[in-house]
Design a protein around this ligand. Structure first.
Ligand code: DX5
Ligand code: ZN
Length: 228
């Protein structure tokens, strides 16, 4: 599967978002991870459609990977489509209508994805995997950037790789929370192929941070294809 780096704009400097995002994109980034928080599903509030529309204009080539940490997200699918989302991820814990919500995302021609919190087992989303273009495994409790990865969550990625093979499916697997250069190899070994990183990209030198992530990913890919 293609290895994708998705920097999380939550950790960018909101006062100069455009320049931070362009600095990341200049190093070959294709996806931007967009964390929408409603103050209910998670205690924090981040940003919504007006900010995302501006980001869409500032970096038109980016694939906007919208992670909705929002209660009953089906209410907002049209809004996020209109502001330029390429994919919408909804939390299994945030809705009683998971099937319908994923179907509604696909009906507006967006990629649909489901996310699970650290305490949610993979079995909770097994019935909806056929409707998913991606599964997001949260490796921290959602709400804030800059937390440490919870190692117990990594096993769920391995379970998903197994289920995907068993069922002949092709969804991407994204990991979100606490990924850094120092644990990236371990994360890639689990089978995750979409890597979200916030503070490890936007704190410090953005270009250097992206380059080092991409180098580790390229090296891992090379070692891995040799082994195959
Ligand atoms: C957490 C968000 C993450 C966060 C990742 O609720 O979903 O996307 O921004 O940030 P880091 O990489 O700093 O853990
Ligand atoms: Zn996120």
């Amino acid at each position: 599967m293609e290895l994708i780096l998705a920097p999380s704009m939550l950790s960018a400097n909101f006062a100069h978002m455009e320049s931070d995002l362009k600095r990341a994109m200049s190093q070959g980034v294709k996806w931007l991870h967009v964390d929408v928080m409603d103050g209910h599903f998670v205690p924090n509030i981040s940003f919504g459609p007006p900010v995302i529309s501006s980001v869409r204009e500032a970096v038109p080539d980016a694939m906007l990977d919208v992670h909705m940490m929002v209660k009953e997200p089906s209410r907002f699918i049209e809004d996020y489509k209109a502001c330029g989302a390429g994919q919408i991820t909804v939390h299994a814990e945030a809705t009683t209508q998971l099937f319908g919500t994923l179907q509604a995302i696909r009906e507006v021609d967006l990629r649909a994805a489901v996310a699970i919190n650290p305490a949610t087992p993979v079995s909770d989303i097994e019935p909806v995997l056929e409707l998913c273009d991606m599964v997001l495994v949260m490796s921290v409790v959602p709400g804030y950037g800059g937390q440490s990865l919870i190692p117990e969550t990594l096993d769920k990625i391995k379970q998903l790789v197994h289920l995907r093979e068993q069922r002949g499916l092709s969804f991407d697997i994204e990991i979100d929370g606490g990924v850094k250069q120092s644990n990236l190899e371990e994360v890639l070994d689990t089978g995750a192929n979409v890597i979200v990183a916030g503070s490890a990209i936007f704190k410090g030198n953005i270009e250097e941070n992206v380059r080092s992530f991409r180098e580790i990913m390229a090296r891992w890919r090379e070692d891995h294809s040799k082994a195959e």
